[in-house]
Design a protein around this ligand. Sequence first.
Ligand SMILES: [Zn+2]
Ligand SMILES: [Zn+2]
Length: 625
Amino acid sequence: MASEIEVVDEGAGVGRGSAEASGGGGAEGEDALKNDVYTAAAYGDLEKLQRLVEAEGCSVSEPDGGGYYALQWAALNNRTAAAQYIIEHGGDINATDNTGQTALHWSAVQGHIQVAELLLKEGARVDASDLHGYQTTHVAAQYGQTAFLYHIVTRWNADADVPDTYGRSPLHWAAYKGFADCIRLLLFLDAYKGRQDEEGCTPLHWAAIRGNLEACTVLVQAGKKEDLMVTDNTGLTPAQLASDRGHRQVAFFLGNARRVFDRRCDGNSKLGRLSKLGLAPALWCVIAAMLFTYTQSVITGSYILRLTALSELCAWSGVFLATAGLVMFYRCSRKDPGYINRSVRDEQSLRDDEPLLKTDLNHPALLAGNWSQLCVTCKIVKPVRAKHCSTCDRCVEQFDHHCPWVSNCIGKRNKWDFFMFLFLEVSAMIITGAVTLTRIVKDPSPPSFGGWLSHNATEHPGAISFLIMDFLLLIQVAILTYVQASQISRNVTTNEMANAMRYSYLRGPGGRFRNPFDHGVHRNCSDFLFKGYNEDVELPEQAQPSAEIGMIQMSRSTNMQNGDNLLHQASNGHVCVDVHTKNSKSHGHSSKCCQNNNGKSDGVPVGLGLGLGRNNRHNTRILPL
Ligand SMILES: [Zn+2]
Ligand SMILES: [Zn+2]
C-alpha cells in the first residue's frame, strides 16, 4: 500500500545529522523551556503563547523549520484554548504544511474531537486533501479513530467514502490496518466495499494481505460471494493473497466463507431446500418413533404381570409429557426467535441520495461508541444482547444459539419454548425409562443374566431398544437442560458465555467478567418462567474510583500499534519525518505491488510524515521537540 501519515516513534529512530539528536532522551523541563510558539502550542501553554505573541511579537502564522504550523501542533495535542488563541491572532485555519496537510488532518491522528470541532466551526475545510489525496476521513481510518470519524461524518458531512490519489477509500485503510470497529462504521455509512484501488485491490484484499482475521470477518459478513472472487491486477483473489502471505487462518476462513455462500445460493436446489429444513424433521421422527415403540412395546406389550392402575397412570403420564414436549418443539422451531427488522434504507437509497437516516446515526449506542452494536449486514444498530445469526442471516434479540435440531435460532422470543421442550422431554424420558426398566425387571425370566438377556431380547425387543435409545438421549438432553437452566438462573445466554471476552458490556472493573443483567436467581428465574423472557435492564455498576485522566505525558517512547516508525530530527530541533525519503520508499513498495502480488508489502506503508503515535495515551506527549 502506498503512503500514509506516518507516526513518529521517538524510540525507533535517531536524529539524522542533527546536533540536537541527543535531545532524543529529552527531559520534560528542557522541552518546556523551548521558547517558541510551536512548543507552547503543543503544550497548550497559553501564558507562554501570549507572552511570545503579544510581548515578543512572534508570529503564529509562520511554519516551523519542518514546515509545520503552530495550529497543527495544538491540534495534534488537543489544545483547544491554544488553537483558539492562534486562530484569533492570525493563524490560518487552512494553512497546509509541505505535505498539504492542515491542522484538521492532524487532529484526526489521535482523534481529538474537541479541537476538530473548534477548527471546523472556525471554517476549516473538511474536504481538504493532502498531496496523497488524503482527507481527514482517511487519516481517521488510518489510525482507527472511529469516534472521530463518526463525529465528522455525522456533524460535518465529511465524505466517508472518498478515494485518495491511489483510489483507496477510508475503508481500504481501515481494512489494511485491521480496525474492525472503523470498518463496521464505514460499512454502516454505506462505504463501497467493492472499490478497487489502482492495484485492483478491494478492502478485503488488503485485509487478507495483512492477515487481519477480524477485518476479513466483518467485510465478508457484509458482503456477497462475488467479493471473494474479485481479482486484483495480478489475478489473485483475497484468499490466494492470504495464502501467499502465509496467513493460513485467514485463507481458511475465506475459503470456508465461499463454501457457505455457495450453500446459501443453493437454497433453491433440492439439497439446498433440505439443508434449510435442518434436522428438526429428523428429531421429530425420532421422538415420534420412540413414543410409538414405548406405547406398543412397554405399555400395551405382553407381559406376565399386568400394570396396576397407578403404574399405568405413571406410564401414560410419560406419553403425555413427551407429547406436550413435541408441541413446545413445534412452537420453538416455528416461532420468530426475536428477529430484528433489517433497515429499509436500501430501498430508500435507490430513490434518495441520503445515505443514512438521521435517526440511525443519532443512536445512543453510537454516541457512546459501542461500535460492535452495528450490524453491517442488516445495516442496523442492534440491541446490546442481539447478534447476527449467519445461518438465518438476520439479527436476533438476546441471541442464544442457532440450534440445527430445531432448525431455528434460539432467542428472546422462543427460549421459553425451547427450555420447556427440553424440560418436558427430560421428564418424559426419566419416567418412560423407569417404567420400561420396571416392566423388564419384573417380567419373570430365567435366573441367570444370560438367560434374562436372551429372554428379553426375544420377548421384548422393542422395550430393550427403547431403553437403550432413551438412556443415550437422556444423558445428552439432561446436560443441555442443566446448562440452560444454569444460564437462565444467571440471565446469560450461551453466546455470551462463549464469547464473553468480545463483549465490553460483560467486562467489569479490572476486565473481569461481570453480567449487568443478572438480577439474582429468584428474579431471573421468575421473569423467565412467568413473563417468558428477561428484560434487558442493566444493574447500575458500583461506583469505582474514577480513572486517571491526565494530560498526555512526555515520553521518548511511543508505542505504535503498527510498529514501523521513523524519526528524524530536523535541524531546528523539531521532530518531523523526512517526507522525501519516506515517499520514495513508498513508491518503491507500491510499484512492486503492481508487478507481483507476492511482493505486496504487509509492513506498514510508509509515506507522508506527521507527528506522533495514536496509542500514546500514557506517558507520552506530542510536541515539536
Ligand atoms: Zn444483522
Ligand atoms: Zn439462526
